[in-house]
Design a binder for this molecule. Structure first.
Ligand code: SAH
Length: 239
């Protein structure tokens, strides 16, 4: 005799088993997602970055696809990596710390100076409406554009040029991040910051840099805080 409820139960059990199998296979196909989860827990959340949105973006961004092929297996380690042309992709914790300090929101327009690999821009792209990023080295601007396009970060625009000039046509920005260090905060960039906006930048000479957060008040006044010592490549002067 046929037992319809039994058939139904069997079918449901078979479906559940298939879903479980698919999930296991997907996880096995992307071992990097587990590496990112560990990176976020051990290096970033453990050091005090709290913003759930920032932690989510750091978990979602495939850092290994932004570093040179030869250093892919080091992509989720707790240090910066060379990108060539004198550039380095920052330590993951520093990217998260700067992103949290910049406080991007879904309606925000963000400017980054120092595109490098495009990784910081990709993290920001998930938290802001639009990201504009300027890189002085043509080869890096080109390869970052390609990486960002291939990975589908459609709200990032890369420009090759001198970051000391900012991006006047798109100003004002709700936040501005510098990932190369000038000796002083460039006035041009402060001028391109919206009222209520935040600028995060490493400032100072090699071996003696502070990560600075600048907030432009509603009345235009500037507030400045130090977030601690850092080590970034110096910002070059354009020719
Ligand atoms: N944010 C990058 C890492 C940047 S390393 C990432 O996520 O990978 C610093 C970058 O700043 C380098 O690529 C360097 O070429 C660039 N840079 C240095 N001086 C600059 C300037 N004046 N304008 C724009 N980019 C500059």
């Amino acid at each position: 005799m046929k037992c319809y409820p039994c058939d139904l139960l069997l079918a449901i059990a078979a479906c559940a088993a298939l879903v479980l199998l698919a999930a296991t296979l997907m996880n096995a196909q992307d071992p990097t997602s587990e590496m990112r989860a560990r990176m976020v827990a051990d290096q970033i959340a453990a050091r005090g970055v709290r913003s759930p949105d920032v932690l989510r973006a750091m978990r979602a961004t495939p850092r290994h696809l932004f570093v040179p092929q030869a250093s892919r297996r080091l992509a989720y380690e707790d240090y910066p990596l060379p990108l060539g042309y004198g550039a380095t992709i920052s330590q993951p914790y520093i990217v998260a710390l700067m992103t949290e300090a910049a406080a991007p929101a879904k309606t925000h327009r963000v400017l980054e100076i120092g595109t490098g690999s495009g990784y910081q821009a990709a993290v920001l792209a998930q938290l802001a409406a639009r990201v504009y990023t300027v890189e002085i080295v043509p080869e890096l601007a080109q390869s970052a554009t390609k990486t960002l396009r291939e990975l589908g970060y459609a709200n990032v625009e890369v420009r090759q040029g001198d970051g000391f000039l900012g991006w006047p046509e798109q100003a004002p920005f709700d936040s501005i991040l510098l990932t190369a260090a000038p000796l002083e905060i460039p006035e041009t960039l402060i001028a391109q910051l919206a009222r209520g906006g935040r600028l995060v930048a490493p400032i100072g000479s090699l071996g003696n840099q502070d990560l600075i957060l600048i907030r432009k008040q509603a009345d235009g006044r500037i507030q400045r805080h130090s977030l601690g010592g850092v080590s970034f490549v110096p910002m070059r002067r354009g020719k």
